[in-house]
Design a protein around this ligand. Sequence first.
Ligand SMILES: Cc1cc2nc3c(=O)[nH]c(=O)nc-3n(C[C@H](O)[C@H](O)[C@H](O)COP(=O)(O)OP(=O)(O)OC[C@H]3O[C@@H](n4cnc5c(N)ncnc54)[C@H](O)[C@@H]3O)c2cc1C
Ligand code: FES
Length: 280
Amino acid sequence: MPEVLAPVPMIDVPVMAKLRKIRTLTAREKLFDVELSGGLALNHKPGQFVVVSVFGSGEAPISVSSPPNPGSPSFQLCVRDAGSLTHHMHALSEGSPIGIRGPFGNGFPIEDLEGNDILFIAGGLGLAPLRSLIRHALERRSRFGGLTILFGARNPGERLFREELEEYAKDKTIRFLETVDVGDDAWTGRIGVITTLLKGLETRPRSTVAAVCGPPVMYKFVVLELLSRGFLEGRIYMSLERRMCCGMGKCGQCQINGVYVCKNGPVFRYLDAKRLPEAL
Ligand SMILES: Cc1cc2nc3c(=O)[nH]c(=O)nc-3n(C[C@H](O)[C@H](O)[C@H](O)COP(=O)(O)OP(=O)(O)OC[C@H]3O[C@@H](n4cnc5c(N)ncnc54)[C@H](O)[C@@H]3O)c2cc1C
Ligand code: FES
């Protein structure tokens, strides 16, 4: 029987949370271990996001990067220092309070993914949301077919979750390939954009689901490559980013042709995403 995660009661007003631990991953990204106060549990699904309040700065949507942990108040957020709010968040110290709303969005349809081969394709910060699904699948290895993880970063310094990447490379039960756009003196791995990892990779398109997350430009090239291999449009899942405000289908900020990316997404099948103008 496929595992079904219980429907999640959503926290729709900010609740207090504490930054338990902060780790620097790269020059631009930090990993925050967050703990909700008041005995609340997040109960998220892979691919869902929370809206973080940094007091005095406002709110921003951030994907949950850790796998589901039902009943637990703890979860992880991988945040890039991209602007005003995220810069303030990077300046916070362990023990600092933040506010959390969520989890929001549909997440990946994990029950439907079980029994299939999964091809994870993560570009740059796209590994942050995809990591939740990857760790979830690795924790339930026997429920899935072959697992393949492809990761691409702009340069070696931007490789996220390095220790986990080394783990994946050693794990004989999965296939892991990574590349960087531009190497450095110490880099001995592959060089090239992420689609180069697909060249020569053996896949079983009819029994594989692709989960893709990365910068918008990556989707176009990755999807073309997958389709040319015979992947079905309805079996390519992608997580889309739009400017968001409420995160819960109320303000219309994220809307494209009546589709609310925050609520109907952010995870879409390519079959549906291709009909949304400007989405890709
Ligand atoms: C569903 C969802 C999940 C996300 N998950 C993560 C995550 O896991 N980790 C993470 O670091 N970031 C994530 N983001 C992006 C994050 O929300 C933005 O980087 C953040 O809102 C920027 O806020 P700021 O005040 O620091 O930057 P601002 O000062 O507002 O902006 C800095 C720059 O980022 C651009 N920008 C801001 N928001 C977005 C956006 N939504 N899409 C594209 N460009 C944007 C601005 O145009 C500007 O160039 C996610 C966004 C969405 C919609
Ligand atoms: S962000 Fe408000 S409706 Fe989607």
